[in-house]
Structure formats: C-alpha cells, structure tokens
Design a protein around this ligand. Sequence first.
Ligand SMILES: Cc1cc2nc3c(=O)[nH]c(=O)nc-3n(C[C@H](O)[C@H](O)[C@H](O)COP(=O)(O)O)c2cc1C
Length: 208
Amino acid sequence: MNPQKRNSMKQTFEEAIANRRSYYQISNESPVADEEIVRIIHETVKHVPSAYNSQSTRIVLLLREEHKKLWEIVKKVLRMMLPEEVYAKSEKKIDTSFASGHGTVLFFEDTSVVGKFMEAYPLYADNFKTWSQHTSAMHQFTIWTMLEELGFGASLQHYNPLIDEDVKRTWHLPKEWILIAQMPFGMPLSAPGKKDMKPLEERVKVFG
Ligand SMILES: Cc1cc2nc3c(=O)[nH]c(=O)nc-3n(C[C@H](O)[C@H](O)[C@H](O)COP(=O)(O)O)c2cc1C
C-alpha cells in the first residue's frame, strides 16, 4: 500500500491487522495531532485485557526531543560495548530507522503489581511472570496496529536490559518498572519488506 495514502480511509479491524508491518525507514512527520497518539494509548491501556485484570502494563510515550534522547542513550550504550565498525552500522540503522521517527512508545511491566499477585496466588506464582509478558505483548500489538491505523509506520525493538538504568534515571521512573520493549514510530518513507509466510496448513489445525 502507498505509505502516504494509508490514512485516507478508515480500515476495518481485519484490514488494520493485515496492514500492520515493521517499518524501518521513518521520518519525524506525523499524520495526526499528538493528542490522537495519546488517545489511542489511553484506549489501549483501558481496554486491553491483563492476567487476573492485574493491569500491570505501564506505558511511556516519548515525543520529539524526548524520543531523540532515548536513541542517544541507546547509541551511548552500544558505543561502549561494540567494536567500532560494528557500532558504525548500528548507529546508521538507529539514525534512519528509529531516531528519525516522531516518537517511541516504551512498554514496561510493574513488578510490584505482579509480585502482589504471586503472593496472593502462590499456586500460580511462576505463571504470573509469564502472564505479565503476555499482557505486555497484547498492549504492544494493539498499539502497533492502532499506530498503523493512524497512518504511522512502527517497529518493535529490544535494547533492554542494556538501557534500563539510563531510561529510568532520565525519566524518573519507578524502580519496580521493568522495560519490555521499545516501539519507534514515524511517517513511513518506504513500503515494508516482503514477508515470508509459512503455509497455513502447517500452522493451523481445524477439527469438527
Ligand atoms: C516478540 C517479538 C519480538 C521482536 N523483536 C524485534 C526486535 O528486537 N527488532 C526488530 O527489528 N524486530 C523485532 N520484531 C519484529 C519481527 O521481526 C517482525 O514482526 C516479523 O519479522 C514480521 O514482520 P512484520 O512485522 O513486518 O509483519 C519482533 C516481533 C515480535 C513479535
């Protein structure tokens, strides 16, 4: 689909799911007012289910200079860790695929909430950590698809745990929050790459 035209008509839920892709070339333009981005995040946080209705997901939305600050943190950490030529490649990718965007959504899980459920339901204690990850994933997919619906292109990144301490210090976030994923988004500058799809018969079985 032509990236510039994606927002010209409302998509059905099914269409939005099919059109959500990973976009790695994005600009800092925005097809909507920032309030609209905040609105879809509020709607997601209100309505997406969580294990035992624990509501353990925490979201931080970084826009413009705050978003750029995040990717400077990622570069700073990688620069310290990677050989020079490997770092140079990562830096280029970060600059054109992530930092170049309009914003980044950070997904956290509040371990103090998860811990309370582990104490309250000792029989399922081990499951709560897994369910917390599932809960985060549901929020990630919903926001990813809703950003697509607004006309943005996004991708999903995982520089945690390397950046966790810097991120929490920079935005004064509670120590109980663990960073799960980063979702940079912006105006798509190119169509997403071709996607390999395994045959459905291998992946879906229907009985009855
Ligand atoms: C759990 C999960 C973790 C992922 N981690 C990364 C990541 O760290 N970096 C990245 O560029 N893409 C990541 N992706 C994106 C996938 O590579 C991508 O969704 C997949 O190749 C299908 O492509 P599509 O998003 O265009 O449909 C992740 C996706 C999922 C579901």
